[in-house]
Structures are given as C-alpha cells and as structure tokens.
Design a protein around this ligand. Structure first.
Ligand code: FAD
Length: 339
C-alpha cells in the first residue's frame, strides 16, 4: 500500500461471544497516543456476531471511528472469515497503523494480515511511540533473550503493524461524551470458505479464578520457594488480598506451578496494583512482564538481588519467615476491621 493513501490507526477489538476482550480496549489507549502523534484518527475494528457491547465500549474508550463487520459466519474466530473481512476493510480504507492483541487469535490474524499485505509486524511490543518526524511508529520489544530492547520501525511499507500482549498496558479512563462514527460494512464469507469447524469451547481449569492479566494483587514465587507445596502459603496470602498467584519460569520449569502462571517475557505480562515477588531474583526476562505494576514488593534473602533495583519496597529476609508473618499481620488487621 502506498504511504500517501494510508491513514488512521486501527485497533482490532477481539470479542468472545460478543464480549470485547480487555486487550483491545487497552490498546485503544495506546492507539490514541499514536493517532495523536501521527495526526490521524483512531479507529476500532470489530468483527463478530453480536457486537453491540464492543461498539459501546470502543466508543467509551475514545475511538473516533468504529468499523463493524457483523454476521453469523463471524460468531467464532476463524482466520478464513476474520482474515477475509479484515483484508477487505484494509483494501477499502487503507490503514496506516494496525494494533492487534497478542492473544492466540490475535497472533493468528495479525500474521495473516501482514503476510497478505506484504508488510512488517513487530510481535509482543512493550512500548509504542511515534518518531520525531511524526511518520513511523517506533515499536519496542525485548530481544536476544530479553537482554536488550530493540526499537523497530517499518519504514518501507504500510500499514505498519504490531501485537501487544494482554495486560501490557492499562486501559485509559473512559472518554465521557465521545461520539464515534460507526461504519458498517457488509462482507459475506461463504461457509465453504471457512476451513476450521469449532466443535466446542472448554474452560481451562488453569484459567479458573482471577486471571493473572486482570489481577490487582499478585503474589509470585520463584526458585526460592524450594518446593511445590510451599506455594500454598502464597495462595493463602493472595486469598487474603483478593489476588492470585504467579510464578517465575524457574518455578514453572521445576513443575511447581502450571505454565499458565508464568510471568515474564515468555509468560504473561501483568499490571497489578501490587506485585509481591517471593524468592525471585529479578532476571530481565521476568522484569519484562511486571514493569507496569503500580507497586512492587520484593522478598529475597540476597540483598544484591536485581529485583531490589526495581522494587518499591524491599524486604531482605527469609521468605519462610516473612510470608507467614505477613499472613498473620494482615489477618489480624482484617479481624480488627470487622470487629
Ligand atoms: P533464581 O534466579 O534462581 O532466583 C531465586 C531467588 O530466590 C534468588 O534471588 C535467591 O536469593 C532467592 N531465595 C532463595 N531462597 C530464599 C529464601 N528462603 N528467602 C528469600 N529469598 C530466597 N523467567 C521468567 O521468570 N519469566 C519468563 O517469561 C522468562 N522467559 C525467558 C526467556 C528466555 C529466552 C530466557 C533465556 C530466559 C527466560 N526466563 C524467564 C528465565 C530467567 O532468565 C531466569 O532464569 C528466571 O527468571 C529465574 O527465576 P527465579 O528468579 O525464580 O530463580
């Protein structure tokens, strides 16, 4: 696509059974920043069957325009149907920039669009900004095992594309009184063109309870936990706080906790109000997943552990003494509050 004709920043609002996933709404905040920098409009792209909630929320989170493609063939995600609809929209409206959530479906869709349009896509971005000339997005992501951050630009082709993991950015405040222009496109996909048939959805046991990406309080354990059974005290602390348990890769590799609990570069990106790191050294690959936490509390017996460089509160001590004490003190405080 030629540079001159391409305009606007598009954000794919992925839905599941009509509900917009948080990642799309989170990306509207980043999209707004880019759209302002590029002096273009911010557009939400919604594909699905019953998408009224997604339209309402995209408007609330500040989209200037909302492209909607609706139909029975879009009830469940398929690369064939969604890919066709998205590409038709691209051909007609020629976006400058596309942001997609790095979910399983988003990664699938993003790569299909990028390949079809012969353009570049930067995966798992952790920071987005527009360059000084107001032309290219600077896509930042961890590289070389997370030991450094690469800044990538897509200087020769349009649209410029990137994926961002759920929870990497927070949603912005709702934009009161926003009135997006809604553009409906009737794009039909014949059933015979959809090669995947969804038989059923099964809720993963691992996904039950509070999701890491949505948790306000996370108590995470690392190799310092020594054994799977010791994660019980982290769960007790998380329950007291109304949060959930996470882990470093070392704890996952030791099979003390399931992979779905891993936080970091090759795990989940989280943005809780409070992140409590217990027996985690603070390797860059772990820090890549927690940098958007409001407050980081680290418990480690090694005062030179790198986690203390990013922690807001540093507790130097044996976690097997500190955590039971914390649980006791918080329980006491809760009892006092309810008397
Ligand atoms: P360690 O580094 O071994 O640290 C254990 C800590 O526990 C130490 O600081 C120690 O002082 C402390 N400790 C021990 N006993 C106690 C005690 N009784 N009380 C208090 N403190 C104690 N890692 C991730 O976490 N997430 C990722 O997504 C990830 N992705 C990666 C991707 C790549 C490509 C690579 C190369 C690596 C990745 N890693 C990731 C691994 C990462 O480099 C580290 O190896 C890992 O984070 C270390 O986990 P840890 O901090 O639990 O263990």
């Amino acid at each position: 696509m030629s540079f001159e004709n391409c305009k606007d920043v598009w954000v794919f609002i992925e839905c599941f059974r009509g509900e917009p996933k948080d990642v799309g709404l989170e990306l509207l905040g980043q999209g707004r920043k880019l759209a302002d920098g590029l002096k273009q409009d911010l557009c939400a792209v919604i594909i699905g069957k019953d998408v009224n909630d997604a339209i309402l929320e995209s408007n609330e989170y500040g989209a200037d325009k909302i492209y909607v493609v609706q139909g029975d063939e879009y009830e469940d995600y398929s690369a064939d149907a969604y890919g066709k609809a998205f590409l038709e929209l691209c051909k007609k409206y020629k976006p400058n920039t596309i942001l997609v959530g790095a979910t399983i479906n988003g990664r699938d869709l993003g790569s299909k669009i990028a390949v079809s349009l012969r353009t570049g896509l930067t995966a798992d971005c952790t920071s987005l900004k527009v360059d000084e000339d107001g032309v290219n997005v600077i896509w930042e992501r961890p590289a070389f095992g997370g030991n450094l951050y690469a800044q990538i630009i897509c200087s020769d082709t349009r649209p410029q594309m990137g994926t961002v993991r759920p929870g990497a950015f927070k949603k912005i405040d709702k934009v009161v009184g926003n009135k997006a222009t809604i553009i409906r496109e009737d794009i039909k996909v014949d059933k015979s063109e959809i090669r995947i048939k969804i038989i059923d959805f099964i809720t993963s046991i691992k996904e039950q309870g509070i999701k890491l990406e949505e948790a306000e309080y996370i108590v995470a354990g690392g190799r310092g936990m020594k054994d799977a059974k010791n994660f019980k005290m982290l769960q007790d602390l998380a329950d007291l706080l109304g949060g959930t348990v996470g882990a470093s890769r070392a704890a996952v590799d030791a099979e003390w906790v399931p992979q779905s609990k891993q936080i970091g570069q090759t795990g989940k990106t989280v943005s809780p109000k409070v992140y409590i790191a217990c027996g985690i050294s603070g390797a860059v690959q772990h820090l890549a997943g927690i940098s958007d936490s409001d407050v980081i509390i680290a418990i480690n017996k090694d005062e030179s552990a790198p986690i203390f460089e990013v922690a807001d509160y540093c507790i130097i001590g044996d976690l097997f003494e500190v955590i039971p004490t914390l649980i006791k003190e918080i329980s006491n405080l809760k009892c006092e509050c309810t008397v």
